[in-house]
Design a protein around this ligand. Structure first.
Ligand code: SF4
Length: 912
């Protein structure tokens, strides 16, 4: 793109005119967000000026500089220029840092729609800041991004952290455009192509060149591999001799053979002018073997959704087709707002369950993974029909026909979208696709701009007709696949039906629901649906009620992911970060005869598998544990389970499930207490209740969290013992010494006779803080002994300062009652009933990575909770979707959208 834009700037190319209503909507939404932010600033009494126009003219630059010199609080669309660089910043905001302008200076702020700030945005802000620095004689220290849906809470970026990268990118750009002979580049497809002005030109070039990306399903890794072997066109790939003459560095021989055959059939289709297809040999568990017996009650489902509506997107039309006495019926459940979206989801799930009473064998067919994903999201978002959907998923009621197609046939199409396949089974759509695309675009623009009333009735009709076509086409495809299946059987080829899934509620579920349903009802009885109308106490109860099911939602999502991965072929697992495919057995490198450690090689692939992770073989059977993995050597050592000692799978995937019963039970005890005693009363569960209500630290002598001129470490050590109950959050960006602060605070607490616990997501993190505590204790001559509940199987020996509770939790509590002052363990230790108030203070390390649900579950172990964390770190990886406000980390809950903790709400470590 840089080369094309540069050529356009030199006048060698004309920039294409590109009108995309979706892009226009994006632009319009961006503008609205910027205006809303400016209004928000004006409402605070800040003065503002708007620099008119869009170009960076001399006049606009002069007006901007004049406004900066005059000290206007907010300069909108400030025009900046310096040397060969120029730009228009959304907002220049006055700050109290002195500069050549006077007692003030400016920082840049950009209003962005993206939910996650991209590197390009920060680079843009670096450039604006540099240009601001030239005007005011001093470089701003920070710049901000104002993301949507955060009540305009800015994300602050310290410019010095990005300066080196900014310089490097600038130099690279100057090197690219500053030369007479620009480097040769090729328009390899990227995610930006869909919204790029140059897309028509680049697409034409790829077609003219017969580029490899035109082959359906080919990956960039495969393209790179093929290019290394001189295969640069789809035609060359189609003509590549089989079997493959080389051992691929990236991917497997099988996957390259698959794309070679795909290229061949596309070429044959191109040459003959008619869509060619061929059936693949059936593989057990895949393709046509996954088609269940058709049933009169079958349902064909399709969603229309827009991920840019509101904070979470909107599934604005849930359509399904079925037959009533053989006659086609279609229902389109429109959802133009949240309440209707929830109602549509519930109506559909209720419809399926009601219909299953008549047709117990029915299935819900869909094309691609979007529909079950959307149903799971809606279930999580609204916390409704959770067990009903879970039973449908476990019952394998949903059938993905895209997966069936992928594994059962090869067609001469560039993409396996249902529309491209329709010529195969002769489906003719009622709604014209170009009309439908325009109607979809207009409708989504209205939704994205929060103008549902502006949707044209004829657009709704067209979109509904389009959705009905998708549903009916899914049925036609299913019928055609059934006919192809029958042909194979007629030729004597065995094709099976899938086994039925589980039915009925899972074991123990009814009993669990009987226990928590009354608690949820009591906690939420008087809580308004609209969060804006809730008091802090009501919102805290609502959170607690919705957290009772948090672990079960996570577990369900873990199992759904397991079922999804189990259904993938080795070829598909190569594209999964949880998977590792193309395994070749090399040798046995250890273990025992019963449980050997086997070494396998694997081809280059992106996989997130680390030592210690539990592995399943392709298909889902328990295989063992990853003992070691070397990305340089491309080998993995797998410690086998005895049942799989002699098996050598072609692919594996990570699946781990540790039941979270102690945490669930701890939350039930907390909820029971709140139901009996109220959220704000009494002394028990003070830390949990303060956490839910976001109560500021209760410092017994009434002093500030940090005194004037006090160092953060000194403040932590001073106030630690002064908090007799409640929560103290300590936020520290990298390099500000969170562990150091924690170590000193714990030693001080021990010196004052307190019992202290440490919890974190992982044993290593806990150990790291324990080590720091011991280090500080040595330095300060603090008599202190620690105990850790280590990872199962630990063979480490105790030292004078550190013991291990290898057999049971009880060892930890006995030690705390004897001579140990500090104990470390995971949430499974501190959530148990025996741990209740066994400590004075519990430190949660890496609290930005520990879920609110788990921190609440462990909080019962102590009167006081200290959260150590950095919100810039990744959140705890969560599998499930949860109702708003319950799917976050403990620290994010307390920060409530703010980037930094307020001075009276916690301690901010601001010294590196
Ligand atoms: S269409 Fe894609 S490849 Fe072409 S310039 Fe745009 S982003 Fe680059």
């Amino acid at each position: 793109m840089t080369q094309l834009e540069h050529a356009a700037a030199r006048g060698e190319l004309s920039r294409p005119k590109f009108f995309d209503p979706a892009l226009e909507a994006l632009w319009e939404r961006g503008k609205q967000h910027e205006l809303a932010y400016v209004e928000h600033l004006r409402a605070q009494g800040l003065s503002s000026v708007v620099i008119d126009g869009v170009d960076i003219t001399e006049e606009a630059v002069a007006q901007t500089i004049a406004a900066m010199r005059a000290g206007v609080d907010v300069i909108v669309q400030g025009a900046l220029r310096g040397g060969s660089w120029a730009g228009r910043a959304d907002i220049l905001q006055r700050v109290d840092t002195p500069s050549d302008l006077g007692d003030w200076s400016y920082e840049a702020a950009d209003t962005k729609l993206a939910r996650e700030t991209k590197g390009g945005t920060v680079l843009q802000l670096c450039l604006y800041s540099e240009l601001i620095g030239e005007v005011q004689g001093t470089m701003p220290v920070f710049a901000s991004v104002i993301p949507p849906w955060t009540d305009f809470a800015p994300e602050r970026y310290r410019l010095a952290d990005f300066a080196a990268y900014h310089r490097q990118v600038k130099q690279g750009l100057l090197g690219t455009i500053g030369t007479e002979q620009p480097a040769q580049t090729y328009p390899e497809p990227t995610s930006n192509c869909d919204i790029c002005n140059w897309s028509t030109r680049c697409d034409k070039q790829r077609r003219d060149d017969d580029h490899l990306c035109l082959v359906a399903g080919i990956s960039s890794m495969q393209i790179a591999e093929l290019k290394d072997h001189g295969v640069t066109t789809a035609t060359a790939l189609a003509e590549l001799p089989l079997p493959l003459q080389w051992k691929p560095e990236r991917g497997s021989k099988e996957s390259l053979t698959r794309v070679r055959e795909q290229a061949r059939i596309q070429l044959e289709t191109r040459a003959s002018g008619e869509l060619r297809y061929e059936l693949l040999a059936p593989v057990v568990g895949f393709g046509l073997n996954c088609l269940p017996e058709p049933c009169d009650g079958d349902i064909f489902l399709d969603f229309e959704g827009d991920s840019f509506v509101g904070q979470h997107g909107l599934e604005y039309l849930l359509g399904f087709h079925f037959r009533e006495k053989g006659e086609p019926q279609y229902r389109g459940l429109w959802a133009l707002d949240r309440a209707a979206e929830k109602a549509a989801f519930e109506t559909f799930i209720d419809f399926v369950l009601e219909r299953m009473k008549l047709f117990p064998q029915l299935h819900v067919y869909h094309y691609g993974g979007y529909e079950p994903g959307a149903l799971k999201r809606l279930m999580g978002r609204y916390g409704t029909r959770e067990d009903e959907l879970d039973s449908l998923l476990r019952g394998l009621v949903f059938v993905d026909l895209l997966s069936v197609v992928r594994h059962s046939l090869r067609a001469g199409v560039e993409s396996y979208s249902i529309k491209k396949l329709e010529p195969l089974y002769g489906y003719v759509r009622d709604a014209s696709l170009p009309d439908a695309n325009l109607a979809l675009n207009r409708l989504q623009v209205s939704l994205e701009l929060n103008d549902a009333a502006g949707i044209l009735p004829e657009d709704k009709q067209t979109v509904e007709a389009y959705n009905r076509d998708d549903c009916v086409s899914t049925e036609a495809l299913r019928d055609w696949l059934e006919a192809e299946r029958a042909k194979l059987i007629a030729r004597g080829i065995e094709v099976t039906r899938p086994e039925a899934g589980e039915s009925g509620p899972s074991e123990g579920l009814s009993e669990w629901l009987e226990r928590i349903t009354p608690l949820i009802e009591q906690l939420t009885a008087d809580v308004p649906v609209d969060p804006e109308e809730r008091s802090a106490e009501q919102h805290a109860r609502w959170l607690l009620a919705n957290l009772l099911e948090w672990h079960r939602r996570e577990e369900k999502a873990t199992w759904w992911e397991y079922f999804r991965l189990s259904d993938l072929s080795a070829d598909e697992l190569i594209d999964e970060r949880a998977g590792l495919a193309g395994l070749t057995f090399l040798e046995t490198v250890g273990g025992t005869a019963k449980c050997p450690i086997d070494r396998y090689s694997f081809p280059v692939q992106e996989a997130d598998i680390r030592a210690g992770k539990g592995l399943r073989a392709q298909g889902g059977q328990t295989l063992g544990t990853a003992e070691d993995i070397s990305r340089e050597q491309r080998t993995i050592d797998i410690k086998k389970a005895s049942a799989m000692a002699d098996e050598h799978p072609a692919a594996v995937f990570v699946h781990e499930h540790v039941p979270s019963k102690p945490m669930q039970e701890s939350l039930v005890r907390l909820a029971t207490h709140v139901c009996e005693h109220g959220m704000a009363e009494g002394e028990a569960y003070q830390a949990a209740r303060d956490m839910l209500m976001r109560v500021a630290p209760r410092i017994t002598d009434g002093s500030a969290v940090r005194l004037d001129g006090e160092k953060p470490l000194d403040a932590g050590v001073r106030i630690g013992p002064l908090i007799s109950a409640g929560v103290l959050p300590i936020q520290g960006p990298p390099g500000t010494g969170k562990t150091h602060t924690g170590g000193h605070m714990i030693c001080e607490l021990v010196r004052q006779g307190k019992k202290v616990g440490i919890v974190a997501n992982g044993h290593e993190v806990i150990r790291n803080l324990l080590n720091k505590v011991i280090e500080v204790a040595e330095e300060t001559d603090t008599p202190l002994i620690c105990i850790q509940k280590p990872k199962g199987g630990s063979k480490e020996d105790a030292t004078d300062r550190l013991r291990f509770a290898k057999k049971s939790n009880a060892e930890v509590f006995a030690a705390l009652n004897a001579d140990c002052s500090v104990a470390g363990g995971t949430a499974w230790l501190w959530s148990t009933e025996d741990a209740f108030e066994s400590l004075d203070v519990l430190f949660v390390d890496e609290a930005a990575q520990m879920s609110l649900a788990n921190v609440l579950a462990v909080s019962q172990a102590a009167k006081t909770l200290v959260l150590l964390g950095d919100p810039q770190q990744l959140d705890q990886p969560m599998q499930g979707s949860h109702p708003d406000g319950t799917g976050c980390s403990a620290l994010d809950h307390l920060l409530s959208g703010k980037q930094t903790i307020a001075p009276d709400e916690g301690l901010f470590l601001d010294v590196t």
